[in-house]
Design a protein around this ligand. Structure first.
Ligand code: SF4
Length: 446
């Protein structure tokens, strides 16, 4: 059980030195208890106290690192039930399932196709992380060969799926260097699977028949010294599975139940008979509360919306995504190219720059820091005022790059035109389109 603020306070040095950033040890203890502070912020905690406090300061859902290489990832580590309370930290990992009886050529082709699914969005590379290799028929040789092929010929990390000890051992030997997730330890094989995970330093998933059965399995693994655990409550019926996800998250966060304080693995591929339904179920798990979502395949029409949903759900709602203030050159502009200005909200930048690029009219796009707000919001909040914009244009250095003095401002900020003009004597302020979609037409007809 997590410690209370007072229990934590008793273990702190009580010097009120303020080095942790709060005025008193008591305040620090309260922050630690509510997950708002990190234990490492106090440099004076004794080793003995640190050991006792480790549990109190650990996230209620353990972060579990899986895989190796460029697509390694961490799941779990969440501290809130609802995203708006703070943020969700570690995005749901997406996996596609493949059977171990697939012929090698077909598997290679699949990996090539799946590897190509990488999408650029707001400056990020969105892509799936895993392949779930499922044992077909207990052939350890075939399982190991496919695990080796996936591990060595692709960037994907692996979930090894078998309940047979011999098969799993062969799989781990073939691809252990890729830090695969062992799935799944059940009541029948937990000793062998726990030992395999412990001896190879790998994360292990438990598969139960119900939420109640999970506790015995995770406690058994904990007794064996394992910490990196992933849980599968077992249900494959949509409503029951959804309820299980919520119950597990609630038990870990609200009741401090460490026995279920682990990330989850979910299987939409075993819950739907067609891709559309599978995608809908996967989207449910991205929102609540799938650590890993296993699909039957990766296809563009299913994967892209899921990646976008994941991006949105796991973006910190309290911190707008921003781009750096400065001059952005789009399409090799020269001294006669138009100069446009907008805010540093990432979505605004990517939409506006995309439309300028689409117009094939080279231009300079000036990005002014407006604390990540969109144009209208920034203007309403006084973060995109005329004098600020004018001063920014002066100091950013655009005057050295062009020989004209025309500045195009966003249509939604037309009201600042006069103030910008006052701050930039001699410049012509042109009001551009309100909607980014109208930028190509605007630029082409000038
Ligand atoms: Fe207390 Fe440690 Fe914070 Fe100093 S740094 S006030 S000792 S908790």
């Amino acid at each position: 059980m997590a410690l209370t603020g007072i229990q934590i306070f008793k273990l702190l040095p009580k010097t009120n030195c303020k080095e942790c950033g709060v005025p008193t040890c008591l305040a620090f203890a309260m922050n630690l208890a509510s997950g708002k502070a990190e234990l490492d912020s106090c440099p004076y905690v004794s080793d003995e106290a640190r050991e006792q406090l480790a549990e109190a300061s650990a996230p209620p859902i353990r972060p579990v690192a899986i895989g190796a290489g460029v697509r390694k990832f961490t799941v779990g580590g969440e501290t809130v039930q609802y995203r708006h309370e703070k943020t969700f930290f570690n995005p749901t990992a997406l996996a596609a399932m493949v059977s171990s009886d697939i012929v090698a050529d077909a598997l290679e082709q699949k990996l090539k196709t799946w590897n190509a699914f990488q999408f650029e969005r707001v400056g990020l590379n969105l892509r799936p992380e895993m392949v779930a290799l499922k044992d077909a028929g207990g052939d350890a040789g075939a399982f190991a060969a496919k695990a080796k092929l996936i591990a060595e010929s692709s960037e994907f990390n692996l979930v090894l799926m078998s309940e047979d000890e011999g098969v799993m051992k062969a799989g781990v030997e073939a691809c252990g260097f890729k830090k695969p997730l062992i799935y799944g330890a059940t009541a029948g094989n937990i000793d062998a699977f726990g030992a395999l995970a412990r001896d190879n330093g790998l994360p292990v998933a438990v598969k139960a028949d119900s939420v109640g059965d999970l506790v015995a399995l995770t406690e058994k693994l904990a007794e064996m010294g394992l910490k990196d655990i992933v849980i599968d409550p077992g249900s494959r019926e949509i409503k029951q599975s959804f309820d299980d996800m919520v119950a597990v998250r609630r038990a870990a966060l609200k009741n401090g139940n460490r026995s279920v304080g682990f990330p989850t693995i979910t299987f939409p591929c075993e819950m739907a008979s067609n891709l559309d339904m599978e995608t809908v179920i996967a989207s449910m798990y991205i929102a609540k509360y799938g650590g890993i979502v296993v699909l039957s395949d990766f296809t563009g029409e299913s994967l892209f919306p899921l990646l976008l949903e994941r991006l949105n759900i796991f973006t910190d709602p309290q911190r707008p995504m921003t781009v750096t203030e400065g001059i952005y050159e789009i399409g090799n502009p020269d001294e006669n190219s138009p100069v446009m200005v907008t805010t540093n909200f990432a979505l605004t930048y990517f939409i506006v720059s995309g439309e300028i690029e689409g117009s094939r009219v080279p231009a300079y796009l000036l990005i002014k820091d407006a604390e990540g707000l969109s144009v209208m919001t920034a203007w309403a909040a006084g973060k995109f005022a005329g004098d600020d914009v004018g001063m920014f244009v002066k100091k950013c250095g655009i005057a050295d790059k062009v020989k004209h003095t025309e500045l195009i401002i966003p249509g939604y900020a037309a009201a600042i035109a006069g103030d910008v003009e006052e701050e930039l004597p001699g410049w012509t302020i042109t009001v551009g389109p309100r909607e980014a979609a109208h930028i190509p037409g605007f630029l082409k007809t000038r």
